[in-house]
Design a binder for this molecule. Structure first.
Ligand SMILES: [Zn+2]
Length: 50
């Protein structure tokens, strides 16, 4: 219940361990929300994105 999938490695994890990344801003609105199993995967995802 409430499990999320990491946007980088695809691992499922509990929502309480969530490291969300919200794409978009307050003016344009939220475009997409990615969830990650750890802060490291969030950083790797963001740095490899462009
Ligand atoms: Zn991960």
């Amino acid at each position: 219940m409430g499990n999320l999938t990491c946007g980088l490695c695809g691992k499922e994890f509990a929502e309480k361990e969530d490291w969300p990344h919200i794409e978009g801003d307050s003016n344009r609105g939220v475009l997409k929300i990615e969830h990650f199993c750890c802060d490291e995967h969030k950083m790797l995802f963001l740095t490899s994105k462009n």
